[in-house]
Design a protein. Structure first.
Length: 201
């Protein structure tokens, strides 16, 4: 599926679930993440649409015959917490709407879990330290919730505006912090996508 066809499928998915309100997309895992208010709950990749799961939803999705998304990292398969919406589910609108609602709620809860503790500080996230926390605060990003809502690219741009010589490696640090992983664990494709997006600013 070429990029044009992929974007067409993204548009169709966004229209199909328009009842959820304003939905957007962003590049992720070689495909496109489907988001509501920057909360990613779906993924379009290789002619397929996937829903995000948490630990509890995995069992529910498997029960409905949904198969797990496999991301290829340097040729090695990596199971991701996204499950394929099969043809049978597309023909059961009420059930699919319910599963999408579960997925979105789970994604929101995951984010809230990351930022609910008042004691949680930016420096406590993966890849970040006190120096980066100070830079982010100077850029108006005070809390973990701020970082998640603003996103890695826009947070990096804000920091770059006050510190011109900041390394692009900070962009990967921020992306990893939001995803809850070390920057070294970010797939090469995601690194490239981040840099491509950065060229637009």
């Amino acid at each position: 599926m070429d990029r044009k066809e992929t974007k067409q499928l993204v548009s169709e998915v966004i229209e199909y679930f328009s009842g959820l309100g304003k939905l957007t997309s962003r590049s992720m895992f070689g495909g496109y993440g489907i988001c509501q208010h920057k909360v990613m709950f779906g993924l379009v990749s290789e002619r397929k649409f996937y829903l995000r799961a948490n630990r509890n939803l995995e069992t529910v999705f498997i029960t409905h015959g949904m198969t797990q998304f496999v991301y290829r990292k340097r040729g090695a398969p990596v199971l991701m917490r996204y499950f394929h919406v099969n043809e049978s589910l597309w023909n059961k609108r009420e059930l699919l709407d319910e599963l999408v609602s579960y997925s979105l709620s789970a994604a929101i809860n995951d984010i809230e879990e990351k930022s609910k503790s008042e004691g949680a500080r930016l420096k406590d996230l993966p890849n970040l330290n006190i120096s980066i926390e100070r830079l982010l605060r100077r850029a108006g990003i005070i809390s973990v919730g701020d970082l998640i809502n603003v996103g890695a690219i826009n947070s990096y741009i804000r920091v770059r505006a006050i510190k011109k010589d900041v390394s692009s490696e900070l962009l990967f640090y921020l992306a990893g912090a939001i995803e809850g992983c070390h920057s070294a664990a970010l797939p090469e494709s995601i690194r490239n996508e981040l840099l491509e997006h950065l060229k637009c600013y």
